[in-house]
Design a protein. Sequence first.
Length: 456
Amino acid sequence: MDYEGIKKAAQAYIPDMTKFLRDLIAIPSESCDEEGVVRRTIEEMNKLGFDKAEIDPLGNALGWMGDGEKIIAFDGHIDTVGIGNINNWEHDPYEGYETDEIIYGRGASDQEGGVVSAVYGAKIMKDLGLIPEGYKILVVASVQEEDCDGMCWQYIYNEDKIVPEFVVSTEPTDGGIYRGHRGRMEIRVDVKGVSCHGSAPERGDNAIYKMADILQEVRALNENDAEEGTEIKGLVKMLDAKYNPDHWEDARFLGRGTIAASQIFYTSPSRCAVADSCAVSLDRRMTAGETWDSCLEEIRNLPACKKYGDDVKVSMYMYDRPAWTGLVYETECYFPTWINKESAAHVQALYDAHKALFGEERIGVPSSMDKRHRPLIDKWTFSTNGVSIQGRYGIPCVGFGPGAESQAHAPNEIIWKQDLATCAALYALVPSMYKAENKTDDICQFRAGKTNNDIR
């Protein structure tokens, strides 16, 4: 195998990848508004000689190389979050700039850069004859991930009927190979009250005050320890074998769960009246051993929730925003936790490719190395489309992507050009390094799976 030739080909494409990425950044592409970047991606795929480039009914861009029966897929979401407060940006987040080393702009690391590397990785595979016999390569530029992680792959799996041998997620990994991450869910708490005139608040039942009690306990759930005398034991308890006997070691690998109040709503007849309802959104990150129903029950069992009884409703959000194509694919806002074994064949394929091309330690230009002095094989802090690929459906998934997690959703987002080439080279080599004969049925170290709700 000509490893130097693969690296040389990737390096030669840096100018083309830079132009492609800057074109994508220049097209605003928040969730449900990705048409422009999807069509620009299809254009690039066609220019590079993909055997087929198509858009599915949800709006995902699907690019195909090869004609085998088995599929090795590379996924990158093409949507971005918004820009937030423009005053926090030093330059135009869509116009941006580039230097010899970096590209600046919204979506650079999270994660249009991953799409760019995957598209060019597939091009290198075709140029150098690296697609193994019996396989074809699928590059997915997926939509709505920022809004609803994995919903795009629920559609790809259930409606497009695509089931890959394994999937490489191109989400940013700071130069590492990632084999899992915590799950998450979006919880809503509704509290009822009774309005009255604000001059005599005792005549009513203030829903905001009730919610204030609940929120203090939600905060305690996130911040408390798990000592014997602590009434509301903190989520840190799942790192202890006493509370999580089957999965405490997995939880320590992923990190503890968290909970945070992210939004608050109310209804009131006026500003001089007592509020008659209040609701909050809770962002819940789940570690190994926690389930969707255990997280809901955890809130329902808070002393304040029990105190206010039937006036409190705890539920899970549903997602039903139309895609840019107009299609609505409703699902629950639950995104399962997953970890693959380090020894799994698809994880080892990336490790072997990295070792052959770059060695056994993370690499990067000097300005990117502050967070890269960690084990090569590790995990994400945030969640990805792997919540469906691996978490719901058990399709083997592993991550390696350009850029840094710390750049995600941040102002003044950047990506390193060298990362684009590094990832394109590794993607090009991965199919050749995959040993299907080593694949086993027990690749999962932990997988939370689906709920018992009627959701595909």
